[in-house]
Design a protein around this ligand. Sequence first.
Ligand code: DAH
Length: 344
Amino acid sequence: MDEIINRLKKDIENVKNSQDMSEIKARYLGKKGSISELNSKMRELSNEKKKEFGMALNKIKADANEIIETKRKEIEKRILEEKLKNESIDISLPSTSIPYGAPNIVEKMVEEVEDVFMSMGYDVVDGPEIEEDKFNFELLNIPKGHPARDAQDTFYIEGEDILLRSQTSPVQIRTMMKGKGEEAIRMICPGKTYRRDDDDATHSHQFMQIEGLLVDKKVSLSDLKGTFDVIAKALFGEDTETRFRPSYYQFTEPSVEMDIRCHHCKGEGCNICKNTGWITIAGAGMVHPNVLKNCDYDPKKWQGFAFGFGAERLAMVKYNIDDLRVFYTNDLRESVNFDRKEAE
Ligand code: DAH
């Protein structure tokens, strides 16, 4: 037995790889290996000797296993080290560049507007995009058959009553109804709106509006002007001039268009302001008494102003973009461009 072990120790020194390893294992511990063959010697022994021999046999098996196992680990370690040495990664190779995007510019615009209004105590609220006729039109003082409905060519979903909202103004009604004629309101509602327009550089069947409503006691048109001034300066710079132009909406009286002095040409006239020196960025007005009444607010006690921005229009004006479709085509190069324009 000692002889076998000594031979194994010698043989194992010459083992270089895992193939030699399995050979040597078979030679000593395999079915016909020299250690296994000792089993047959058992038969020739007396019962007494058998026990002693058996114990010695177990020990030599264990010793052989240990010797082989130690060597196996040693070889594996060496192979791994060699691999690590030879297969090192060449970090000097140029990597493939992965273009990364930037937030959609309309979304960023909305967040900017939200920040300014929140700083003035406004809540940001939500409303459904699938809307009822009564909220989208009727309670906003636009009865059935009114020509104003034609200007907002609407997607109807079910009959004449369920539609995709053509404006965010119905959220005014929903908010006032929650106030039950008793609570003052300051809210803005950014959201998607839909109209049956053919898509072109300035029209889209889906677009984003930012609605606003303030209801309180003793509210006047000058409060609206002051509010508009704050938002215009925050978005377009401290030296931005603002003006109101008379307009007409069914749910406000009086109604105005809110203009800013063109920040590109400073009012001298350019292609962005179509040589007028002014750019319209929102419709607005004092909430019509009928609308207040429809929502249980007594127009003798309560007044309010409302406004509606087109979010894409704001972004187009701010970043000098002349085609609305780029906001929706998901071209990464465009959003990266906007980022750069903003940085400039
Ligand atoms: N809803 C109007 C539109 O889509 C925009 C608007 C104008 C909203 C005046 C208002 C407002 O709240 O007071 O054309």
